[in-house]
Design a protein around this ligand. Structure first.
Ligand SMILES: [Zn+2]
Length: 87
């Protein structure tokens, strides 16, 4: 996980924090969480930044794991629907 500081071209807009889901008003600079491949995931609020890099990294891993579990569930449901009924 990486943190990236970016210049915000549209300040004072409300954004949802990636890690705590609270609504935040963005300032002129924003901090974005990226994975190791550099893919951006979203903005992080100052409150979450204060928890430290280790906390953010753990939270980010948890979020990724949750989305992976959801993907597996969707695949399972699709497979179940394709099962022949009354065979
Ligand atoms: Zn937050």
């Amino acid at each position: 996980m990486k943190l990236q500081l970016e210049c915000n071209h549209t300040p004072f807009q409300k954004q949802t924090c990636l890690t705590c889901n609270s609504l935040i008003e963005m300032s002129e600079a924003k901090v974005i969480v990226c994975n190791d491949q550099g893919k951006a995931y979203g903005e992080v609020c100052p409150h979450c930044l204060k928890q430290g890099f280790g906390w953010l990294s753990n939270r980010f891993d948890q979020l990724n794991q949750v989305s992976k579990v959801k993907e597996i569930d969707v695949v399972r449901q699709a497979q179940t629907r394709r099962m022949p009924v009354g065979a």
